[in-house]
Design a protein around this ligand. Structure first.
Ligand SMILES: NC(=[NH2+])NCCC[C@H](N)C(=O)O
Ligand SMILES: [Mn+2]
Ligand SMILES: [Mn+2]
Length: 311
């Protein structure tokens, strides 16, 4: 597997500063070393560049819109370049607004090469706010809406077509903090959601079996991993923690089941906030999860799409 790490050191879309330090923390936690240890060919392309965070209040429902656009254009181009050279991009965020640029590039690439794109959005939040319904103006709460075509033109138009993706190309897993407007919008759009109630009742395994049911040899899986997905007792270094998340083991199972498909094509690692963390715990957790995602397992397991564990 040939991977490219792309650092995006910004918290431009978040309400709390700190995840601009995420790429450095993930490197210190050994993301490159961990992946090389699994036999991956890893190139660290360094950090992309963008405007500083002015920490100003929202204007017309968006905080830092021009700066969010600039970061996402730069990231879109960096992700597109790695995909074009046949490498799997691993975005080291940065806040979750970066998924707009990252997934816009991935969606265009999949159309160009004739692959089916499926996005697994693993998060405590739905991130599907619009300027009309956002309680904060923070654009890290809006990337899913933008990718589906609901948002400012500069953010909905970053792919080869608008919208970048359709509602049937995304599954959301782990949700437990969804704003009132977002609840209505998710239902109206018919988005596939495996919230904590579902995970409590059916378990991570059954949820992921459903998420991955349509995956075949032509599928490109994109994982957008917001570290606030995991319970804050395990992942304290995030800007918008929500109690009652998946355990370490449940998060690992989610990653292992994605790994088993062999179809992971791109990855966002976002919302690690070292300024709020405890001894880099959350970045180290992220590296652990990523290792599982790229095939680390306790035993030698032989798995394939037609023959998944436990049938
Ligand atoms: N990527 C995130 N951590 N998003 C948190 C969003 C929180 C809240 N729903 C908002 O729109 O402000
Ligand atoms: Mn979140
Ligand atoms: Mn998020």
């Amino acid at each position: 597997m040939e991977l490219s790490l792309i650092g995006a050191p910004t918290d431009i879309g978040a309400g709390v500063a700190g995840c601009r330090l995420g790429p450095g923390a993930l490197r210190v936690a050994g993301i490159g070393r961990g992946l090389r240890g699994l036999g991956c060919d890893v190139v660290d392309t360094g950090d992309i560049d963008g405007p500083p965070n002015p920490m100003t209040p929202p204007v017309d429902g968006y905080r830092h819109l021009p700066e969010v656009i600039a970061w996402n254009v730069a990231l879109r181009d960096a992700v597109a370049a790695e995909l074009a050279s046949g490498r799997l991009p691993v975005v080291l965020g940065g806040d979750h607004s970066l998924a707009i640029g990252s997934i816009s590039a991935v969606a265009a690439h999949c159309r160009a090469v004739g692959k089916k794109l499926l996005i697994i959005w693993v998060d405590a939040h739905a991130d599907i706010n619009t300027s009309a319904m956002t309680p904060t103006g923070n654009i890290h709460g809006m990337p899913v809406a933008c990718l589906l075509g609901h948002g400012p033109d500069e953010l909905t138009g970053l792919s080869d077509q608008r919208p970048a993706i359709t509602h049937d190309q995304i599954h959301q897993v782990g949700l437990r903090s969804v704003d009132a407007g977002e609840k209505r919008f998710l239902a109206e759009l018919g988005i596939s959601v495996y919230d904590m109630r579902y995970l409590d009742e059916a378990g991570m395994r059954r949820a992921m079996r459903r998420v991955l049911a349509s995956v075949d040899a032509d599928t490109h899986l994109h994982l957008s991993l917001d570290l606030d997905f995991v319970d804050p007792a395990v992942a304290p270094g995030v800007g918008t923690p929500v109690v009652g998340g998946p355990t370490y083991r449940e998060a690992q199972l989610c990653m292992e089941m994605i790994a088993d498909t062999g179809r992971l094509g791109s990855l966002d690692l976002v919302e690690v906030n070292p300024a709020l963390d405890v001894r880099n715990t959350t970045a180290e957790l992220a590296v652990d999860l990523v290792e599982s995602l790229f095939g680390k397992s306790t035993l030698l397991r032989v798995t394939d799409l037609a023959n998944p564990p436990l049938g």
